[in-house]
Design a protein around this ligand. Structure first.
Ligand code: GLA
Length: 397
C-alpha cells in the first residue's frame, strides 16, 4: 500500500515535470536584442518656411518650422525672431506646446509683452533713459516710466530680420541677421547683429548671439520666451520647481532699476539654490518682491567664476515630469515670473494669460550696466566681437 502510493506519487510528479518541460520547450525563443536604428531609419529633422503675415508697410514676414528627429518642434518668425510655438515631449512621450504666444501675426504686431522675441540692442532697463560712454551722454526713448526697457520703442523684437535656414546631420536652425543703424533708438554705432537658433536632435534649443560695431556702443542681447512646462494655457506656473545656480542677485528700486549692490541670496526669497516651488516665493512679504510684483530680478550666476557655457537654472514641472535646463555664457539671468500678465492678451490657446501664467529666464548682462560701473561691462568697441550663447535643453525626470 505504502509502496503503491509512493510509486503513483512518483509517476504523477514525473508527469508534471514532463508537462512543464514540454510547455517550456514550446515557448518561442527570446527575441534577439533590437539593433539601434540606422541613420536611414531614424526620422530626419526638417525645416520649412511659410508665410506668417504682412506688416502695415507691406513687408511680408515668414514663419520657420523646425522639427528634430524626436518630433520636438520650434516655430520662429523673422519678425523679432519670435518663437510662436515650442512642442516638447512630457514624461509619457506626449508632445505639447510649452511656450506662451498669441493667435495671429497681427496680435504680435500690437506690442505684446515681448513673447518669444529677441531683445536688443539692450535687454532690460537703462535707468533715466540715458547713459554716458567715453564722456558723451546718449539719450534713449522712455518706454517704461522714466526708463528704457528692452531696447526702446522699436527694439529688436519689432524689426524684420534676414533669415537663412540651415540643416545639419543632427540639427536644424535659422540664422537671423539685422543691422541696427547708428542712432537707432538713440544708441551709437551701426551694429551688425547675428542670432542663430539651433534645434538639435538632443532636444536642445540654442541661441548664439554675435555683434560688431563701427562706434563704441552698449550691447546686451537675450531671448524673451515665456514657458509653461505643463503646457501653454494650462494654468499658472506656481507649481513649477526652480533651481537657480546663483549665490547673489541685484536688488532694485521701486522702478526696477538696480541699486548697484550685489547681495547674497541667503535668507531672501531669491535663494533658489535648492529646488523650490515658485509659489513659495512670489507670495511672501518682502520689499523686493513687492517692487517686482513677484520675481523680476537679475540673478548673479555662479558662473562668474567659470568661463564658458555653464548651468544657470533647472526647472521641473511635477505633473508632466518635463525638465528644462538653461546653460549660458552670460554672467546674469533675469528671472521674470510673468507678473504683468493680466488676462488682456489674445492667447493662442484661447485661455487668458493671468498673472504667473508663464516664466521667462532671460540670460544676459545685468540691467542698467551702462550706468553701473561695478557691474560687468556691456561696452562693445570697433574691432571687438560680442559673442554670447544660451542653450535651453528639455528632458523628463
Ligand atoms: C522683463 C522685465 C519685466 C517685464 C518683462 C516684459 O522681464 O524685467 O519687468 O518688462 O520683461 O513684460
Amino acid at each position: 500500500m505504502k509502496n503503491e502510493f509512493s510509486s503513483s506519487t512518483f509517476r504523477w510528479l514525473a508527469c508534471v515535470l514532463l508537462a512543464t518541460a514540454l510547455i517550456g520547450c514550446s515557448k518561442p525563443p527570446p527575441a534577439p536584442p533590437k539593433a539601434p536604428p540606422t541613420p536611414q531609419e531614424k526620422s530626419k529633422n526638417t525645416i520649412s518656411k511659410a508665410a506668417f503675415g504682412t506688416l502695415p508697410d507691406g513687408t511680408a514676414v515668414d514663419l520657420f518650422t523646425m522639427v528634430n528627429a524626436n518630433g520636438m518642434e520650434v516655430r520662429a518668425s523673422n519678425y523679432g525672431g519670435i518663437i510662436t510655438a515650442l512642442l516638447v515631449p512630457d514624461g509619457t512621450g506626449k508632445t505639447t506646446d510649452v511656450t506662451l504666444g498669441l493667435k495671429t501675426f497681427d496680435d504680435y504686431v500690437k506690442n505684446p509683452p515681448y513673447f518669444g522675441a529677441i531683445i536688443g540692442r539692450y535687454g532690460n532697463r537703462i535707468g533715466k533713459a540715458q547713459f554716458k560712454l567715453d564722456g558723451q551722454t546718449y539719450k534713449l526713448p522712455k518706454n517704461d516710466g522714466p526708463n528704457t526697457l528692452h531696447g526702446g520703442l522699436k527694439g529688436f523684437d519689432k524689426v524684420v530680420w534676414q533669415a537663412e535656414p540651415f540643416e545639419k546631420e543632427d540639427a536644424v536652425g535659422v540664422i537671423f541677421t539685422y543691422t541696427s543703424k547708428d542712432g537707432e533708438e538713440g544708441f551709437p554705432g551701426n551694429l551688425q547683429t547675428r542670432v542663430t537658433y539651433t534645434l538639435t536632435d538632443q532636444n536642445e534649443l540654442s541661441f548664439d548671439y554675435h555683434a560688431t560695431t563701427d562706434k563704441p556702443t552698449v550691447v546686451n542681447l537675450t531671448q524673451h520666451a515665456y514657458f509653461n512646462l505643463a503646457g501653454d494655457g494650462n494654468g499658472d506656473v506656481l507649481g513649477h520647481e526652480f533651481t537657480i545656480f546663483a549665490n547673489e542677485y541685484t536688488p532694485v528700486n521701486k522702478l526696477l532699476i538696480p541699486t548697484g549692490k550685489i547681495e547674497s541670496v541667503t535668507d531672501t526669497p531669491f535663494d533658489f539654490r535648492n529646488r523650490v516651488k515658485l509659489g513659495d516665493r512670489v507670495n511672501v512679504d518682502n520689499e523686493q518682491i513687492k517692487f517686482g510684483k513677484g520675481i523680476d530680478h537679475n540673478f548673479v550666476l555662479k558662473k562668474r567664476q567659470q568661463p564658458g557655457l555653464t548651468l544657470a537654472a533647472r526647472v521641473s514641472e511635477p505633473t508632466t515630469r518635463r525638465v528644462m535646463e538653461v546653460h549660458t555664457t552670460e554672467p546674469g539671468m533675469q528671472f521674470y515670473s510673468g507678473n504683468f500678465l493680466d488676462d488682456s492678451l489674445a492667447a493662442k490657446s484661447g485661455k487668458p494669460y493671468g498673472k504667473h501664467s508663464g516664466f521667462a529666464l532671460e540670460t544676459q548682462h545685468f540691467p542698467d550696466s551702462p550706468n553701473q560701473p561695478t557691474f560687468p561691462s556691456t561696452v562693445l568697441r570697433p574691432g571687438e566681437e560680442y559673442n554670447s550663447k544660451t542653450v535651453y535643453s528639455f528632458s523628463v525626470r
